[in-house]
Design a protein. Structure first.
Length: 251
């Protein structure tokens, strides 16, 4: 580089970046917790429904067994009537009862098999979501977010805070030299700290750029803002401090 030295324009922007990284980590942790609770709830409901269908199948099979026993007893008691050319007593009612019971068993067995398939697919998806990283496959969403929250976010914010601390050290240093030169020094226009309005415009421009990029890539919900699940405010304006772990926020 032709020029030497540090050009510090706005340390507060780095503090805001640190806070946004912290909030983003907490937001993802909250979202993951809600997702885990939801899929566990869905699995619980499916298990209960499958248990209900299994019970109905068992009741239908018992009803079929009773109908078949009744038919066997009826057939065992039959005698041939030469005058009418038929067996007496007639077992048609028992035969119809067996046929009806068999249809009921087949219907409940079909529902049970379909229910087992759905529950099995659901459990497979849950297992994939909760799977830890392996040698040949990445981790599922659960451990991916945990790694981001417990490892990646703290590492990123620690490095950023170290940078902020060093910048404050630089700003607080007396570099000496000609006092008159320091008194007459004027920062370049592009090195001056941003005003509140300028920072707001820059932030809005960046957000619009992200939304445009999301829309271009067909990301669902590109215009939706993340909100804290406790106070309902946007994450940046969260007032309830609904945090999973200690974080370092700049006030």
């Amino acid at each position: 580089m032709a020029e030497q030295g540090a050009h510090i324009r706005d340390v507060h922007s780095l503090e805001e970046l640190n806070n946004m990284i912290e909030y983003s980590g907490e937001a993802m942790a909250n979202i993951e917790e809600n997702v885990s609770n939801y899929i566990d709830g869905v699995k619980e409901v499916l298990d209960k429904q499958l248990e209900f269908i299994q019970k109905k199948l068992e009741e239908a099979e018992e009803k079929l067994s009773e109908a078949e026993d009744a038919l066997s007893s009826c057939e065992a008691s039959q005698e041939y009537d030469e005058e009418s050319g038929e067996y007496r007593p007639s077992c048609r009612w028992e035969e119809r009862a067996v046929e009806s019971a068999r249809k009921e068993v087949e219907e409940w067995r079909r529902k049970y098999d379909e229910g087992k398939r759905i529950v099995g697919e659901c459990q497979s998806e849950i297992d994939d979501y909760n799977a830890p990283a392996g040698i040949l496959h990445p981790s599922g969403g659960h451990y991916l977010i945990i790694n981001m929250r417990e490892n990646q976010t703290p590492r990123a914010t620690q490095q950023l805070r170290d940078c902020i601390d060093k910048l404050y050290d630089i700003l607080g240093c007396d570099v000496g030299g000609d006092p008159s030169a320091a008194a007459n020094w004027q920062p370049r226009e592009q090195d001056k700290p941003l005003s509140e309005d300028e920072r707001f415009e820059a932030f809005k421009k960046n957000i619009e750029g992200i939304k445009d990029e999301q829309a271009t890539n067909e990301v669902k919900g590109a215009n939706r803002a993340m909100r804290c699940p406790e106070c309902g405010r946007p994450i940046a304006l969260c007032i309830c401090k609904n945090l999973h772990a200690d974080v370092h926020l700049y006030e």
